[in-house]
Design a protein around this ligand. Structure first.
Ligand code: TNX
Length: 485
């Protein structure tokens, strides 16, 4: 008898499921090259199974074997995974590929593998042969720590939610009108004053540089690149209130509302660019990843001419610190874009693509696809939902799954997909979980899997994943109608 196909999200490129299963018991052994893949697998097995998984006796095969002998054609993230009744073999060309393979093995194991404490088996893994690799190299989620602050523990927990679904970019929105969230040497008021509040009033909060380094290291251990965003020239009230020389307002006040588009840096003062150069330099030095996001969105108080002037001065600063610019799609109108620039498309899919963006795409910019009516995780699930905004309409589970990132802007060089989680209405880690689940897995599938969309199949897989969320202690997920049998 053929076993039921395993419920893997994202769906792998090719999967053949056989009869039978491997059972991992007290006698199971493990070999793996030292690295992040091995660490990830060990952590899971130690925590949930309590079994020892020693290395095999000399000359004997291991029950679970991770090896770096996969062909180079698998690329950086591809892998092969073969499970027979005798053992599981995970092969890749890089440790990162093995890390992705471990996440697949994790989903082949029973949901109890997500348990934070040891629970009884049996630890059965269905027999399969999988060959896999991603459609897109950029598979991101953005967390807004500016509208409400989320501390290091909350951010690490957030990363933990993303790992099993093969995301690899964490974009941190570190500054906005309501708060500046990263300590900057030489500019203490940014955090002493500019971090004091949040939407609706205090408390605010901020990351010390050591906090930020801890997040970056935690992310890197899980093959995440952190992309920090300092949003300019709009969304800057907290910075301007901290250092009024950055503003043309008389005496800029802190802001606790949810409007956008009212703030603007002083665009014709050298001191503004000296400030930005210092900030970009420090953020770049703290960030091993190759990207710095400078926002550029919704500068609604800035004339087109001033916006162009600003970009012509601000964009080159980023390259000066060795980073590639990422910016929201509005930056397409800059007079010249630096090489390698990535623009983040965020307008809803129904809208006409702005001419400046079409031109930028022709000129070769890369796009990160974040259309608000599909992957804005801050949008309400339904009209009567307790959390979220609704300016892009409601974003149900099906809408966030059933779209093609490659089809939105014809001819575009698409780097990948990123789902922003703005936090105007979100205060707690459970609020974040609520907005992530059950939409996150479908977005992961859109970003990783090139397979045609398969809504009935996705619903079946999602339903199976609720047991994983339960085991992982994700209690706040949205009980979407799609999850009910
Ligand atoms: C638009 S999308 C914004 C954010 C808001 C978000 C709320 C974008 C680049 N800017 O400032 O938080 O809508 O959905």
């Amino acid at each position: 008898m053929r076993d039921v196909e395993p419920n893997l999200i994202p769906v792998p490129r090719s999967l053949v499921s056989g009869p039978g299963a491997l059972t991992l018991g007290a006698d199971a052994t493990l070999t793996a090259p030292a690295g992040r893949a091995a660490a990830s697998l060990r952590a899971l097995l130690d925590r949930a199974t309590g079994l020892p998984f020693p290395p095999p006796a000399p000359g004997a095969p291991a029950t679970v074997a991770l090896t770096l002998d996969g062909p180079a054609s698998l690329g950086r993230e591809g892998y092969l995974l073969d499970v027979t009744e005798a053992g599981a073999r995970l092969r890749a060309h890089t440790d990162e590929g093995l890390f992705r393979a471990v996440q697949t093995l994790r989903q082949l194991l029973p949901p109890a593998i997500e348990s934070p404490v040891a629970v009884p088996g049996p630890w059965r893994v269905p027999c399969v042969a999988i060959e896999d690799g991603p459609r897109y190299a950029w598979r991101g989620v953005m967390l807004d720590v500016a509208r409400h602050f989320f501390d290091v523990a909350a951010v690490e927990r957030f990363i933990d939610r993303l790992v099993p679904y093969k995301f690899n970019v964490l974009h941190l929105h570190l500054s906005d009108d309501q708060g500046w969230r990263l300590e900057i040497d030489g500019h203490p008021r940014l955090t002493e004053h500019g971090a004091a509040t949040a939407v609706g009033g205090p408390p605010g909060g901020f990351f010390t540089q050591d906090d930020y380094k801890e997040i970056v290291a935690y992310a890197a251990d899980r093959y995440f690149t952190v992309v920090p965003e300092i949003d300019v020239p709009g969304h800057t009230q907290a910075a301007m209130s901290s250092y009024p020389y950055l503003s043309t307002q008389e005496s800029p006040e802190l802001y606790e509302g949810v409007e956008v588009g009212f703030s603007e840096l002083a665009l014709h003062r050298d001191s503004t660019y000296a400030f930005l150069d210092d900030v970009f330099g420090q953020v770049s030095a703290l960030t091993p990843g190759g990207f710095l996001h400078i926002g550029g969105d919704e500068a609604l108080s800035t004339t087109a001419e001033d916006y162009a002037h600003f970009m012509s001065r601000a964009l080159p600063l980023v390259g000066g610190h060795g980073k590639t610019v990422v910016a929201w799609q509005e930056a397409a109108s800059a007079p010249s874009l630096p090489p390698g620039v990535h623009l983040q498309y965020w307008r809803p899919t129904g809208e006409e693509v702005p001419a400046a963006l079409v031109a930028a795409v022709r000129a070769g910019v890369r796009l990160i696809m974040s259309p608000a009516d599909r992957v804005y995780l801050d949008q309400k699930y339904a009209d009567d939902a307790p959390l979220g905004l609704m300016w892009a309409g409601t974003v149900g589970v099906r809408r966030s799954y059933e779209w093609d990132p490659g089809a939105l802007v014809p001819g575009a060089d698409v780097a990948g997909v990123e789902a922003p989680l703005w936090s105007e209405t979100l205060r707690t880690p459970d609020d974040l979980d609520h907005m992530l689940f059950p939409r996150l897995p479908g977005i992961a599938d859109t970003a990783w899997s090139a397979a045609p969309r398969d809504w009935p199949g996705h619903v079946r897989r999602l339903r199976a994943h609720t047991a994983r969320w339960d085991a992982a202690g994700i209690t706040a997920y949205h009980r979407a109608p799609e999850l009910e049998e």
